[in-house]
Each structure stands twice: as structure tokens, then as C-alpha cells.
Design a protein around this ligand. Structure first.
Ligand code: AR6
Length: 207
């Protein structure tokens, strides 16, 4: 079965889920109707931008980075080579090539054990903010974030979730995300999906 694209699901007021997960979707979150929390392989999303959890080289790696590069094909790393890397806390944008997503925003999260917790927190929040800023600057309407830094980079999952949600909320409260139609937190692990469901209402109370 085909996985429905986000644009179709907008119309149906549904978020994109693989067919075997469709029954698990409940619209549990609503903040200007912009926030979705899904459990999905981010490389399958047919939206404007997916965010990659990259490293400073921007030349690929394991985890979601490896999956994105595999799905995008070899032209992605060619463009990445022209970008001259990226610092932790920052992000750079490329085309999506063979991905269903139009663009990839490569964000570099902090390595938890390399930094003090307040410095790591500032850099993680900055990844989400830079991702949103790049989406707005490029006139993109939909963006999906993976759980940046919570894999290889060992950022604690609950703190990562709360830091991500609070920064996105802050960005929207500042009026900077008015042009965005949908912001998706795309979890790969059930553990993170459960954490997001548990904590989201503190940051985005149900309408
Ligand atoms: N879709 C969505 N999320 C995914 C996918 C996927 N296809 N695959 C994994 N995840 P990680 P980091 C989740 O390690 O901690 C790489 O080598 C994963 O379960 O990918 O920021 C880079 O090159 C986890 O929840 O990224 C860097 O060197 C989340 O994505 C380094 O890892 C992030 O895990 C970055 O480490």
C-alpha cells in the first residue's frame, strides 16, 4: 500500500502514518493545528523539509543521517561537500534529491558527554530554531524533526523532548513561524514516541 503524502493527509486532517500504524493515530495535540507527533521513518515523508541529525562534516554517518543519505542517493553528499561543514547548534539546507521530501535541513546536535548540560541544551535548542528559521527563509510550509542527538550523541531522551518542544513553542510564540503549516516531531523509537505523548501537553496544551 502507498503511504499517503502529507498534502493529502492535510485535507483529511490526518498526519502521515504507515498503513500498519494508521489505527494508532489520535489527534492528541493541537496548537494552531501545526504540531504533529508521529512514529515513522523520516525518509518516507513527502513534505517540504526533513531535518537530518548530522555531524560537523555533513558528509554522512550512521543513524538517521545514514538512512537519509541512502534514500536521497549520491547527489546529496555531492552537494554537502560544497557546504564546508557545519558547527554544532547550526544547520544548513540542501535539496532532497531522491527523497520524497523537497529539502533536507542538516542540523548538527551536541554530543552530550562533550559538553556541560546547559551548553548542550543551548545547542540542541539552537538546532530546532535554525531548522525552523531555514524553513521560513526558504518559504517551506512543512518540516519534520527527528529526535536530534538522542542516538549516537547520547542526549537524554526526556530532556531532549522537553527542550525541543519548548524551543519550538517559543519560536511560534515569537510569531516567527506564522508561515509554517505543519511541524512534525518524527520519532523512530517507540520510547521517544511515548515520551513525546507524555510531555507535549506541557508545551502545547490541547485546544
Ligand atoms: N527516521 C527517523 N528517525 C530515525 C531514523 C529514521 N530513519 N533512524 C534513526 N532515527 P542518531 P544523533 C532516530 O544517532 O544522536 C550519525 O552517525 C534514532 O532512533 O541518528 O544526533 C551522524 O552522522 C534517534 O532517536 O543521531 C552523527 O555522527 C534519532 O534518530 C551522529 O550519528 C537520532 O539518532 C548524530 O547523532
Amino acid at each position: 500500500d502507498e503511504i499517503p503524502t502529507l498534502s493529502l493527509l492535510y485535507k483529511l486532517n490526518r498526519i502521515p502514518v504507515a498503513s500498519d500504524q494508521a489505527s494508532s493515530y489520535e489527534p492528541n495535540v493541537a496548537y494552531n493545528d501545526k504540531i504533529s507527533i508521529i512514529k515513522q521513518d523520516i525518509t518516507l515523508l513527502g513534505i517540504d523539509a526533513i531535518v537530518n541529525a548530522a555531524n560537523e562534516s555533513l558528509l554522512g554517518g550512521g543513524g538517521v543521517d545514514g538512512a537519509i543519505h541512502r534514500a536521497a542517493g549520491p547527489d546529496l553528499v555531492k552537494e554537502c561537500r560544497t557546504l564546508d561543514g557545519c558547527e554544532a547548534g547550526d544547520a544548513k539546507i540542501t535539496d532532497g534529491y531522491e527523497l520524497p521530501s523537497k529539502k533536507v535541513i542538516h542540523a548538527v546536535g551536541p554530543r552530550w558527554y562533550a559538553l556541560g548540560s546547559s551548553e548542550a541544551e543551548a545547542k540542541l535548542k539552537s538546532c530546532y530554531r535554525r531548522g525552523l528559521e531555514l524553513a521560513v527563509e526558504n518559504d517551506l510550509k512543512s518540516i519534520a524533526f527527528p529526535a536530534i542527538s538522542t542516538g549516537v550523541f547520547s542526549y537524554p531522551n526526556v530532556k531532549a523532548c522537553n527542550d525541543a518542544l519548548s524551543e519550538v513553542r517559543k519560536f511560534l510564540d515569537e510569531g516567527k513561524g506564522d508561515g509554517l503549516q505543519r511541524i512534525i516531531f518524527c520519532n523512530f523509537l517507540q520510547k521517544d514516541q511515548d515520551i513525546y505523548y507524555k510531555h507535549v501537553s506541557k508545551h502545547f496544551p490541547p485546544l
